[in-house]
Design a binder for this molecule. Sequence first.
Ligand code: COA
Length: 157
Amino acid sequence: MTSIRLIKHAPGAPGLRIFGLGPQMQPAKGILKLKELLDKHAFWAKDRSPKELRHLLAQSTVVISLWSDKRMIGFGRATSDGLYRAVLWDIVVARDLQGLGLGRKVVDALLSAHALKKVEKIYLMTTYSTEFYLEVGFKKIQGQQVLVTNGNEYRTS
Ligand SMILES: CC(C)(COP(=O)(O)OP(=O)(O)OC[C@H]1O[C@@H](n2cnc3c(N)ncnc32)[C@H](O)[C@@H]1OP(=O)(O)O)[C@@H](O)C(=O)NCCC(=O)NCCS
């Protein structure tokens, strides 16, 4: 396998979001690469437009991407108030590279980010990957449930 690079983006990921930068701050069509990764490997995040992905990045407190040359092979992000609560979102590793410790690297990088250092509780929601999150340090919540309602206008166009 070629060498893998993990990028800890600045809050809002301006390099990736505005210029599509990848490893070593080189142009890498990063938004299209992110779209491809999510479309192929993240069932909950298919068909997000480049504009929506830029919006999502701009609103994220921590953004991590993993690259093999100019291919984006992993991603994860967190939103937070910086003190009380944070939530991890959109954690994904390309299917052909799963099971090699890369998902753990993405989660570790998110949890060790400076912006989350003082946060009291970090949450996430998962459909099929509970075992993975238990392996990387999360615990099931006793006595709480995830509830949801749809936003009125969830598209940014
Ligand atoms: C979930 C996901 C990010 C995990 O990434 P990964 O690179 O495959 O995981 P890792 O190789 O870093 O695994 C870390 C540990 O979790 C364990 N693990 C990973 N997936 C597991 C599973 N499905 N069941 C049990 N254990 C699992 C690994 O065995 C490893 O344990 P070890 O360090 O003791 O060997 C990846 O499988 C993925 O992208 N899945 C599709 C998208 C998805 O569902 N994302 C989660 C959204 S909430």
